[in-house]
Design a protein around this ligand. Structure first.
Ligand code: ADP
Ligand code: ADP
Length: 225
């Protein structure tokens, strides 16, 4: 699903955010991405969603080398990727339905199909009863679940989450992680960036650890363990 080959990223101004990072995430695999603040987690996710470009090395998504993807082709790459942010980035001028529908509207899907898919997505996160609410009237955990519904509404094969539980208490965080596990059991690959080590420890998944832009855990060694 994801393949990094000796990927480095230097931002303008010379700050090296990633240094020769190589790893693979298989189709349907769930893994954590961890490391201190500033370690390069967001940068790594941005390279996958083509919000940033690598300075050296290659990133492959579904076998496609992102280096040869032109800017106008980026929307097609992103259709395969559901992205969940810490602050969920919902639009408060729109209700829950319209927020979740947004990716499908952008794709130009017929409105009958949109309604069906949005309801299915909200059902999966347990929020069908909030379909007409404004995001600001929901609790933090509910808002995050709306963000997740929006990310999965077009059934992407890959989910990326950047500190998805950063603003939630441990109980709600666990709930959100169970949702990710659920999608993963149905075949979705999931990569979760988090500094919540307690959460990771409770789950038996591969974790990739960044330290000042370098990957310090050897995923192969972990598999042997
Ligand atoms: P993390 O998500 O692990 O906190 P980031 O990927 O956000 O780490 O950042 C890695 C490093 O790159 C940090 O030192 C950060 O300040 C720097 N950085 C991130 N984005 C930019 C940018 N757009 N321009 C310059 N430096 C950046
Ligand atoms: P969040 O916690 O919401 O991910 P970040 O602190 O990672 O926010 O960064 C917010 C934005 O600022 C990102 O787009 C990131 O690339 C950019 N950024 C982070 N560090 C720097 C930096 N040192 N210089 C310029 N931009 C940066």
């Amino acid at each position: 699903m994801i393949q990094f080959e000796n990927v480095s990223k230097t931002y303008p101004g010379g700050h090296r955010a990633l240094e020769k990072v190589s790893f693979e995430l298989a189709d349907g695999e769930l893994a954590f991405l961890t490391g201190h603040s500033g370690a390069g987690k967001s940068t790594l996710l941005k390279l996958i969603s083509v919000m940033e470009r690598p300075s050296a090395g290659h990133v492959y998504i579904n076998g496609v080398n992102l280096n040869v993807v032109k800017n106008r082709q980026i929307p097609y790459v992103r259709r395969d990727i559901g992205i969940i942010f810490q602050n969920h980035r919902l639009l408060d001028r729109y209700n829950v339905f319209d927020n979740v529908a947004l990716p499908l509207v952008i794709e130009g899907m017929h409105h009958k199909n949109i309604t069906k898919r949005v309801h299915a997505a909200l059902d999966k996160v347990g929020l069908l009863n909030k379909v007409k609410c404004q995001p600001s009237t929901l609790s933090g955990g509910e808002q995050q679940r709306v963000g997740i519904a929006r990310a999965i509404v077009n059934s992407p094969p890959l989910l990326l989450a950047d500190e998805p539980t950063g603003n939630l208490d441990p109980e709600l965080s666990m709930e959100i992680l169970k949702l990710f596990e659920d999608f993963n059991r149905h075949g979705t690959a999931v990569l979760i960036a988090t500094h919540d080590l307690g959460l990771i420890a409770r789950m038996k998944y591969k974790s990739l650890t960044l330290d000042h832009g370098r990957l310090i855990t050897d995923p192969l060694a972990q598999e042997v363990l």
